[in-house]
Every structure is written in structure tokens, then in C-alpha cells.
Design a binder for this molecule. Sequence first.
Ligand code: GN1
Ligand code: MG
Length: 376
Amino acid sequence: MRLLMIEALEAIADRFHPRERITGIRSLGSGNVNETFLVTHGGRRDGGAFVLQRLNRSVFARPDLVMRNLVALGEHVQRRLESPPPELDGRRWEVPQVVPSRQEAQPWVEHDGDVWRSITYIGAATTSDVIRDRTQAREVGYGLGMFHSLISDLPADALADTLEDFHVTPSYLRRFDAVLDRIDASQLSPSLSDALTFVHQRRDGVSVLEDAVARGELQHRPIHGDPKINNVMMDEATGQAVGLIDLDTVKPGLIHYDIGDCLRSCCNPVGEEAKDLDSVCFDLALAESILEGYLSVAGSFLSAHDCAYLPDCIRLIPLELGLRFLTDHLEGDRYFRTDYPGHNLHRAEVQFRLTLSIEQQMGAIQSLVERLTRGV
Ligand code: GN1
Ligand code: MG
């Protein structure tokens, strides 16, 4: 990190923890939207670490509401954990908590027009970008199930809608169409044309979940919004899931968005940044383990309709993410951070390969879901 940046970061960190006790600041995680750092601080008795994060203001227009949701979630789960659900079975479970600023006791501070906040760090736990094996997959599923279970009694209207239309696939398609209208179709590269064709061939299916909401078959509940593999913390010693991090997108939505997002990120063993498109596939055995882990906790609050739409969300969310990456590529990479020109197009292609692999296994996915949810 550049010296100037370290100095600025130290000044911001000082608003949350006395600068003289800070021992280090380093980048944390691989988020595409916010910027995240780990701040360590010394002291024999009070040594520890916290997460310092700059919220992306062009994505989160109302940081106050994002922070209000985070506080509401933290308080609710702490209350629930006072009499832990039986499925927790003596395990450790943690929720990142907001650390208020020292002087103003505010949940965030402003610095040069940016919004910064500080959150507790879950210690002795790690995340990974790709899944290792079925045991880990089961733990990821368990983690998402526990997260959903602990907030299942938090009324959806207790949370603000901080990202309107997040995971509402037809809205992403409308935006894509609007962007395409402004583009000269004769100038497109073969890979871009293929990607556009991929989307056009799948236009009809994109409203499957929203149609189910309109018919009253699915209901909005509190969700995580971004439960990808590297947002599930695993205990370093036991390998057990101990909590979900990255809580900016906690808001009312469909649990199907979360389940689809979790499976799309975990069941592609080469990960969403895979270089070789031919290596991308949907691993059904990993999906089985994730769903088993999920249902072992969350099965009890799923309705027959919830179960019936699981195969649809497994197919839809990777298609949606591909569409989001592709639209951002066409718009000049304004939303997702990129490392090279064409990065978002390549990310879109990875998600489309994954979608294709899911489509090719749709019969098996449906049978799997039916088998696992029988009796739920
Ligand atoms: C973004 O910033 P990050 O990596 O936590 C995005 C998710 C995508 C993800 C794909 C608010 O999350 O929806 O699934 O990239 N978050 C937002 O890697 O749009
Ligand atoms: Mg995120």
C-alpha cells in the first residue's frame, strides 16, 4: 500500500480506535464493490482486530439505512442466541457487530466525502474462494441455513430496502436492453455477440421468481443478499461454519436469491474468476452437500412452494450475475471493480458457462431437490 494511503487509513482508523495502539492495516478479502481492510491493534490484554470498510457510495446511496439494517440484524441475532436453537448444538456462532466511532459514537464516519465504518472481526476463522470438498460444502449450507433460521422471525419490514431491485432479474434485463439500445451492434467482438445471444435465448425465463411473488407463492423475508463462498467464515480448528460476513445486502428479499447465489458460487469448483472457460461446470455432488447442510437447519421453515422453486433459483442466479457483469461491461465497468479491460465480459462468460452446465443437468437437479425436500 502506498504511504499516503496508509496515512489516510490510519487517520480514519483512529476515529474508531486510538492510532497509537494500531499495529497494522492490510487489505482484506476480494470484494468487487466495497474496499475492506483489517486493522490490528496491540496491547497484551486488549489486542485484537477489526474490519475497516469504505462503503461504495454509488452502489449504496443510503449508508445510514445500510448501517441501520446491520444494527437491527446484530441486535436481533444476539437476542436469539441467548437461547440458542437446538441445531446450533454447542457450536460457536458469531455476527459481525458495528463498532461506533470514538468521539461521535456514530455507526460510521465521513472522510473526504467517503463513508467508512468499522465492524468486529470474527477471529480464528477463515474464508476460501473455492470449495475444498463435500464436508466444507455441507458446512457452507449449514451456515446459510443457520443465518436464515436466526433471522426468520425478524419481520421483513424491520429492514430497509437499501438496494432497490437487487436480484430482481427482470429489472437487470430491462437495464441491459436500455444499454443495448445505445450500442452499435455492427462493432461487436465475436465473444460479446455470443454473450448477447446467450442472454436473448433465455429472456423468457427471467421472471420466474418474481411471477411467483406476484402470485403470492413466494414471500419476501430478511435475506443476506450475497452468501457466496468467501462470505462464510469457517473455524480454523474445526472447519465448522461460524458466521456469515459482508452484511451490506441484508434486506428483504427471497431466500431463493440467497440459495441460488450460494450454489452458483460454491458448485463451480474453479471459482468465478476462472481463466479457462472450459473448466467451468456445476458440480452436483457439491450442490447435494450444500442443500443437505442448508435443509438440516432451514428445512423446518420452508413451504412447499419454497421447495418447488429451488431448481429455478439455482439456474436463475448465475444467469442473472452473468447479465449484471455483461451489462456493466457494456456500460464501461462502472459497478464492479475490474483488473483489466474485458474483465467483466470474462466474468459474464464464466457465469454463462455455469448456467449452461446447470441447464444440462436440470433433470438431475430437480430429482435431487425433490429427494432432499421430501418430508420437509
Ligand atoms: C459483489 O463486492 P462483493 O464481491 O461482496 C455483488 C454481488 C455479486 C458479487 C460477485 C452489492 O459482491 O451481488 O454476487 O460481487 N454485490 C453487490 O462476485 O452488488
Ligand atoms: Mg458483498
